[in-house]
Write a protein that binds this ligand. Sequence first.
Ligand code: WTA
Length: 631
Amino acid sequence: MYDITNFNEYQAEYKKSVENPELFWAEKAAQFSWKEKWNEVLKWNFSEPKVEWFIGGKLNITENCLDRHLKNNPNKTAIIWEPNNPNEQSQTISYKELHERVCRFANVLKKNGAKKGDRICIYMPMVPELAVAVLACARIGAIHSVVFGGFSFHSLADRINDADCNMVITADGAYRGAKEILLKAVVDEAVIHCNTVNRVIVLHRTGCEINMQPNRDVWWHEEEKNVNSNCDAEIMDSEDILFILYTSGSTGKPKGVVHTCGGYMVYTAYTFKNVFQYKADDIYWCTADVGWITGHSYLIYGPLLNGATTVMFEGIPTFPDAGRFWKVIDKHNVSIFYTAPTAIRSLEACGLNYVAPYKLSSLRILGTVGEPINEEAWHWYNKNIGKEKCPIVDTWWQTETGGIMISPLAGITKTKPSYATLPLPGVQPVLLDESGNEITGNNAEGRLCIKFPWPSIIRTTFKNHDRCRETYFSVFKNYYFTGDGCKRDGNGYYRITGRVDDVIKVSGHLLGTAEIENAINQHKNIVESAVVGFPHDIKGWGIYAYVITENKPENTEELKKEIVATVTKYMGAIAKPDKIQIVSGLPKTRSGKIMRRILRKIAENEIGNLGDTSTLLDPTVVDEIIKNRIN
Ligand code: WTA
């Protein structure tokens, strides 16, 4: 694939991508294997919205991820797997072996009744079989919906039901640091509420005791005994759905973001190669979980499409100690390392003693994703991990964009700490003011929107196209609205300042405040709650919950613990509130709408700056909330 190798080439490619996007992307797409070529590159409108790329093209993404590399490079390592426990053997899986395992498991899926277009939920630990399951779905044209293993039964059930999945692929348990998570038990509890599920395939991982329900549950290894490893790839249309991935929104229900085969393939491959300046002998490690979009696009699809070696890590950065990332880098000679600012900040807080024992001399390029990286953390990363010789790519993008949108190209674009810098070729960002007018010129700030489609743009939200239109395409007519605020500096560099809607990024995970409130309200003594974010040194944002109780609690500390436990059980530990304040009322407008702006200010300790509160139904609650504010 054509590489951008210097800044002039970037500028030339960018220009071409704006002047003639169809030609530009057709040239990129021509580098893949297609069963049938497309007859039209792009049709689009942002009003329905309807966007189609490589129309009429036929392909299977797994042939591009796997079969295509077998001829010249069958023995190259596709996946290096590093287990949670450093004393367990790591694994290397060649392209040939991965191909075999994917085909074999694809046959297991078929034998269990899966077919093209079915939705299959994957709820698994970070083991190689997770990648195998994802690719096996794609092989047979089934739509995968991966749910992060940290979500609990209610979130899992919601996602299974929204997609009408008829199969779940899981494991008995998962190792996460010193803990063992009982995944299958969560699935059992979820599936009680899901009547579409008729098959659960269970991988043996931790050996914990589980219940296997007859006629519904089967073991992965048992099923594999009865199939061979020949499986032709299903022929897919460019615009057939490849996967659904749920992301939080400003209402309670998560949205099933839909990506399709052709455009997603072309865009993730192109961005992987150019942003990271990937070379054939790189060992590339993305620390994201496959339960998030970063794991889909830059742990599995992007690297495999380029024939790269991708590292998959089962554990957490602080187990057995805070040197684990650095140890793994040395162990596997990682040359490109892509992680989240929250991980960097938490490891920084543990001190340099954990970095000192490691050489880190294999590193060539560093990346960050998922939230703004503050300057301080950027410098720490640059100095102590990159030893001031590895360019850092601060990559801005979203579940809905499928791939990286604004980012430096490693070593090519001059970086500026906390700036995602410039749009990639094919990406046309604009800043809009509140009335939707484009703010032209530099030194500007506004809402970040994109005015032209790129190949991996969200196609719809599953079964609910209206929600897709309302969330992304009708806030500002004829633009894709990102939900992010953004600055453009004097050189045209972009800096993402954070969300402007009711979702918060906690440790890089997008959580809807309404979703957390629903979970809190499950507690029997809570009648109403309001959740907002507050700046947090390590997590980026923390969760501040204001709750109204039905009966005065006998022991408030006990109640708070129970609320945390309720949220953990119902939604997952990632959504646990950091601060809980019991209040007698919430600031509401006369029409009953909670004034979150005020609650946010109080949580951020900007009490001097609350604005007009006189229109509230009961302005005195504000004084009470301020008085009892939790520091
Ligand atoms: C935020 C993650 C600043 C942003 C790939 C976006 C960032 C949301 C960056 C999407 C970055 C992501 N700098 N903010 N480099 N990358 N974000 O869907 O608010 O989990 O809208 O996708 O993360 O989160 P999502």
